[in-house]
Design a protein around this ligand. Sequence first.
Ligand SMILES: *Cc1c(COP(=O)(O)O)cnc(C)c1O
Length: 426
Amino acid sequence: MSRSETLFTEAVERIPGGVNSPVRAFGSVGETPRFIASAKGAYMTDADGQTYLDFVGSWGPMILGHNHPKVLADVLEACQEGLSFGAATEREVEMAELICSIVPSIEMVRMVNSGTEAVMSAVRAARGFTGRNKIIKFAGCYHGHSDAMLVKAGSGVMTAGIPDSAGVPAGCTQDTLTAVYNDLDSVQAIFDEFQGEIAAVIVEPVAANMGVVLPKKGFLEGLRKLCTDNGSLLIFDEVITGFRLSLSGAQGYFGIEPDLTTFGKIIGGGMPVGAYGGRKDVMKLIAPSGPVYQAGTLSGNPVAMAAGLAQLKLLKETPDFYEKLNHKADAFFEGMQEAVKAAGKPWTVNHIGSLGSIFFAEGPVTNYAEAKTSDTKKFGEYFSYMMQNSIYLAPSQFEAMFLSGAMTEEELVKTLDIFKAYLKQC
Ligand SMILES: *Cc1c(COP(=O)(O)O)cnc(C)c1O
């Protein structure tokens, strides 16, 4: 038995499913998870000493690669000063100013500890501001595991939400309405049925939790207009896309201003950090300046802020960082699509910036129903082949590949060669 297998055998006895987040389990691809011992740059090394080129990047945060020396140095320095004070610190002011300077729609921002918390709080702020209860989300978009966001789309666009998880009372999701991604008519229909009741529309501006699904031309613009016309707030969940598609995230990339934005992942540089922010008139309602309560013992933690600040400053100050990364990524994902075509397979590669995914389906894949047509058994075979060749992928069809600035063109070309070899034998 490998060390990872031994650890997993022990883990399942004491940790549900052996993992502290379900996406880390390898069950859907019929394997046991690799236990990671260390990571550096573009690579991760597991407990058995096997090294992988990492296309997960901690599910997004490690856009500079693992353990960037500057991030590490700032974290170590912050540790020397104290791990937590439960009091205001200078780094939080610097972080808030930096975020507002990078993302024009953010006039005020509150730091939290995860993307889940950021979304939960932004939704509460939107409800507090509008005095309305209903939220529109899209099938296949993930917004963390808070009760109101765990809603299945299965029962049709117009129906009130049915909880996606045991333990979520129907009362918690009755105000969550589900629309079809890239289908403005489905959103319009909900606005028509619930006139004056919609507090907010929340959307991943690029969906990256059903595999990568791009917004069609006009979709985000249409949401902006529907929200403005109906007095509802538009919330961009940029937990993945923030500081990834461009420095100012998807909103900068597409030129659309949401009312509120949620962040996570990259914003913490590998530490547990989230944030939500946006219009001052909305954010001023947050306690203690307003009546919408939201708090956190470890929010704005100095060590976490040091990591996030170091990473964001590097991203801001590295010339052409996004241009170079996105260019490399385009070449890689287009190479994948060409290889698929050359092999005579009907499969689809969706990509934008440094995010992409392959669907074992004919495509186009523009929403959740289409994403679900992917042959997940094929995905499992592809996953295992790539892992055997030291390419670490997310162990699920419905996740993105995350490229990092630490990956070289040579490494990406090598990965493409492995992918081509997979296509030959499949
Ligand atoms: C990961 C993710 C979240 C949840 O963030 P956590 O830090 O895991 O709580 C929310 N929204 C999106 C779009 C995400 O990708």
